[in-house]
Design a protein around this ligand. Structure first.
Ligand code: CO
Length: 138
């Protein structure tokens, strides 16, 4: 069912500071602009690497869903992985049928396509995002 790894989500208290690390220490050359995704409670910035992306996420406000993670991991850390799927509703139904807890309804994610999150306790401890593959890549 799962397609390619689309991105690895990394929570950070400061996208600006993280960007410096990816640019100046790791030498990343393709780093997008930071943008707000208020409905998801985060600011986002994509760091492109050769075969995937790092999705930097920073809290948007005090209600951000990643505030708890950053409380436990004050300097940030690896937060989730995201795999592409052909159809998010088919994927959701399949996950539910297999007993996996799906967190919320399909909603528009940072790439502008539908996403869902799967409970880490049903995913070997990994918060897992499924993302409908962008049209262009079908
Ligand atoms: Co993500």
């Amino acid at each position: 069912m799962i397609g390619r790894l689309n991105h690895v989500g990394v929570a950070t208290p400061s996208i600006d500071e993280s960007v410096k690390m990816y640019r100046d220490i790791l030498g990343a050359t393709h780093i997008g602009e930071k943008f707000a995704l208020p409905e998801q409670g985060v600011h986002v910035c994509f760091v492109d690497v050769d075969n995937s992306q790092i999705e930097l996420i920073e809290p948007y406000d005090e209600n951000s869903p990643i505030n708890g993670f950053l409380k436990t991991n004050p300097s940030g850390g690896q937060h989730h992985v995201c795999y592409e799927v052909d159809d998010i509703h088919v994927a959701r139904d399949e996950m539910i049928a297999k007993g996996v807890r799906v967190l919320g309804e399909p909603r528009i994610g940072a790439h502008g396509t539908l996403i869902i999150f799967l409970h880490p306790k049903d995913m070997g401890g990994v918060l897992t995002e499924l993302m409908e593959r962008p049209e262009a890549a079908h």
